[in-house]
Design a protein around this ligand. Sequence first.
Ligand code: ZN
Length: 69
Amino acid sequence: MSDDTVLYDSPTEFLHEVAEKTGHCVAQSVIPRDDGTYVCACSCERWEVIAPSRTEGLRLAREHTGSLP
Ligand SMILES: [Zn+2]
């Protein structure tokens, strides 16, 4: 059977997994603002900064998650 079936077979486990990720750095966003700067936020909800450019925002996001080389 497909992976979809596995997913539907264990909805409780799936929801538990999502809940576990709340508060963790699993996704970062860099959103342009009206004034030309970018607001960077993280799924952990403990990090939000303003960056002067999208590139800088992405760099800060990587720095936040500790994935810089
Ligand atoms: Zn984070």
